[in-house]
Design a protein around this ligand. Sequence first.
Ligand code: NAP
Length: 275
Amino acid sequence: MEINGKTILHGIMGDPVGHSLSPTMHNAAFAELGLNSVYVPFPVQDVAGALIGFKALHVRGVSVTIPHKQAVIPLLDEIDPLALKIGAVNTLLIDDKSRIKGFNTDWLGANRALGEYLDLTGKEILLLGAGGAARAIGFGLLEAGAKVILSSRTKKPGEKLAAGLNCDWHPLADIGALTADGLVNATSVGMAPDTDFSLVAEKKLADFPVVMDIVYSPLETRLLRQAKDAGCQTINGLAMLLYQGVAQFELWTERGAPLPVMKQKLMAELTNPQK
Ligand code: NAP
């Protein structure tokens, strides 16, 4: 693409950001639609300074990643109500008046990924984990009218999230006694390099018709491999990653995102042994 005087700036702020898959995905989408926009990494330590900079430089859209998803919140001009409930913002939209509004698209990504296999309304979902991703997914599931059953390793954060979600919390040892319409692993268990782990016993998996793992490295985790063998429908971590990016793109551009090219770019990155 040609960068010129009218090019609209987007980017990702985090620390570090060098490993992010978002620049490839969003730049491919801009190119596909012929938009005069670019998306670059912003390695940021000074969050308040960065937000002042985004306003001054008329940046249009920013993805926010670790460790700044909470720190941006008090600095925003406006926040989406569900992002406030979740307590994390992964997307900034800077409008023509230089007002910054914060959103969370992680839950949108998870709901869309699950929604391809399951009408979430009234369904029970066993959610594993009580970290940042589990929080976003949990509140998103409630938004979709699903009922959450929460299970995680450490009691205190688990019970805190369960109280927020108005649901029961179970230690991981209880999983064998739980059933649900769907199972979501929102922990980092199974992620490279420790790929030989799963929180759910193989013989238990047939009790969950749909199994989603949000870990995307590797794309096929041990959990998903065993779930497939048990006859479950499986959803890998690429789906949530893709759809949260699609929601960001659509917020920034007010255009429908070119899904196939975004998916293809992410897939290429995730299956490239150099990554
Ligand atoms: P986080 O805030 O650090 O939370 C990690 C969670 O994993 C905590 O609940 C932690 O439990 C649990 N956990 C870690 N090791 C465990 C173990 N050995 N046994 C049981 N539980 C364990 O991280 P996060 O941001 O939520 O991310 C979690 C995973 O999701 C990461 O792999 C990340 O790459 C992935 N992710 C994917 C997407 C996507 O779009 N696909 C989006 C966000 C995140 P404790 O509280 O007991 O430590």
